[in-house]
Design a protein around this ligand. Structure first.
Ligand code: UD1
Ligand code: MG
Length: 454
């Protein structure tokens, strides 16, 4: 098989976004646009991917990591100039080079594959991915000869009135024979309205050299949409949200109100799970089968088992077992680990803690830096006092212990197996297993107090 390479253009500032954030880092469905492209490319058998970075180079590199390579475009002189920056890495290679823009987040692996297929099967030197746009304003237009072959691409700003009527647009995604690409780029000039070196000019250069140029027309304009401003950004968000939700529904997930349910493209949700309105599932999340999520819940980078309920709650970077009930109004902060049949109720905050099978904290608690065993009952208003202003300390509550309401457990401290802590206690010392700790002032009643003071 032909070797495949990819070049992603990501050096532009994105002037039309009017933003301090570099354009390709603007998120669509919580993931930066350029990351969507990199992730879609992962399934395309590409040997080497080079991102062209410039504006915000370090931030873009931090986002995309070390799996790909980078070339710096110090001055943004146009898309053709951008691709030229990959010359050092690619110019001596035989194979097919796919060029993509970092601002087309909706492009799928399937379409990239189909484009490469078309290119290789036609034996073309260049193949451009095109689409038919209802409103082609702003896009480069595909100008064809009388015989239907692609002649050139004209940018909107450079196009004549007649050329502007053409609805077939350049999506900004192309396949090239690698060596031919870098040869042709040498002939691109900046003699145009924007004074830029346009990558699409390569098409006309190759056409004049009688090389085979192909075009692959997708039937889904939406997928190839380029995001240049915030109006397009919100359109991309809507399209991706719809795509993700419809796929989940086809796979057996009930979504009560898909317009108001946000699920990351990387999330996995099991069948017969119901997502209620106002649910946001962000990042890398796995949710099992027959769960009820929402209304109004946020789950981020977490794993949730089967038959679990999360109502009006926030779950971040946590692991939750089967048949767990969370909420309403619970907050699971990072590194919380709940076993099966656990119950976490209203106004309970958990952080860096574990709670094993069958344990409960039903109301008004803060439990941080804690290890809680099986079958433990944490009474209403109980708190692990984990912080002395400098350091954090561990609270251990062993299997079957019962923590009475409104107790303070001052860490480091251990409550032994099946021990009881009396309501209202402030526990400073370990409680041995199977014992009762009472740590509160005894009550005194002053008989006749009211009368005496009248
Ligand atoms: C480009 C195409 C246009 C096509 C459209 C599809 C050119 C000249 N025009 O226009 O035909 O219809 O995409 O969305 O290619 N970039 C760099 N360095 C630069 C300039 C741009 O890395 O010097 C990057 C940008 O970060 C961006 C991508 O290239 O990710 C495209 O640039 P952009 O300015 O958005 O081009 P468009 O005007 O959308
Ligand atoms: Mg663009």
């Amino acid at each position: 098989m032909n070797k495949r390479f990819a070049v992603i253009l990501a050096a532009g500032k994105g002037t039309r976004m009017k933003s301090d954030l570099y354009k390709v880092l603007h998120p669509v469905c919580e993931k930066p646009m350029v990351q969507h492209i990199v992730d879609q490319l992962k399934g395309c058998n590409v040997e080497k991917t080079i991102a062209i970075v410039g504006h915000g180079a370090d931030t873009v590199k931090d986002q995309l990591g070390n799996d790909i390579e980078y070339a710096l475009q110090e001055e943004q002189l146009g898309t053709g100039h951008a691709v030229m920056q990959a010359e050092n890495v690619l110019n001596d290679k035989d194979g097919t080079t796919v060029v993509l823009c970092g601002d087309t987040p909706l492009l799928t692996k399937e379409t990239i594959d189909a484009l490469i297929e078309e290119h290789e099967s036609k034996g073309a030197k260049a193949t451009v991915l095109t689409a038919s746009a209802e409103d082609p304003t702003g896009y480069g237009r595909i100008i064809r000869s009388n015989d239907g072959s692609v002649k050139k691409i004209v940018e909107h700003k450079d196009a004549s009135d007649e050329e502007r009527l053409v609805e077939e647009i350049n999506t900004g995604t192309y396949c090239f024979d690698n060596r031919t690409l870098f040869e042709a780029l040498k002939h691109v000039n900046n003699d145009n309205v924007q004074g830029e070196y346009y990558l699409p000019d390569v098409i006309e250069i190759l056409q004049k050299q009688d090389e085979i140029i192909a075009a692959y027309l997708t039937d889904d304009f939406n997928e190839t949409m380029g995001v240049n401003d915030r109006v397009a950004l919100s359109r991309a968000e809507q399209i991706m949200k719809k795509r993700t939700n419809e796929q989940l529904m086809r796979d057996g997930v009930t979504i009560i109100d898909p317009d108001h349910t946000y699920v990351s493209v990387d999330a996995k949700v099991g069948k017969d799970t119901v997502l209620y309105p106002g649910t946001m599932i962000k990042g890398d999340v796995t949710i099992g089968e027959q769960c009820t999520i929402g209304p109004h819940s946020e789950i981020e980078n977490s794993m949730i088992g089967n038959e679990t309920t999360v109502k009006q709650s926030v779950v971040h970077h946590s692991e939750v077992g089967n048949r767990v009930s969370i909420g309403p109004f619970s907050h699971l902060r990072p590194q919380t680990k709940l076993g099966n049949d656990v119950r976490v109720g209203n106004f309970v905050e958990l952080k860096k803690m574990s709670m094993e099978n069958g344990s409960k904290a039903s109301h008004l608690s803060y439990l941080g830096d804690a290890e809680i065993g099986e079958g433990v009952n944490v009474g209403c208003g109980s708190i692990t006092v984990n912080y002395d202003g400098k350091n954090k300390y561990l609270t251990k509550i062993e299997d079957g212990a019962f923590i009475g309401c409104n107790s303070n457990l001052i860490a480091p401290v251990t409550v032994g197996k099946e021990a009881y802590v009396a309501a209202g206690s402030t526990i400073t010392d370990d409680v041995p297993g199977e014992s009762l700790a009472i740590a509160r002032e005894r009550q005194t009643n002053k008989d006749g107090y009211v009368k005496k003071n009248k």
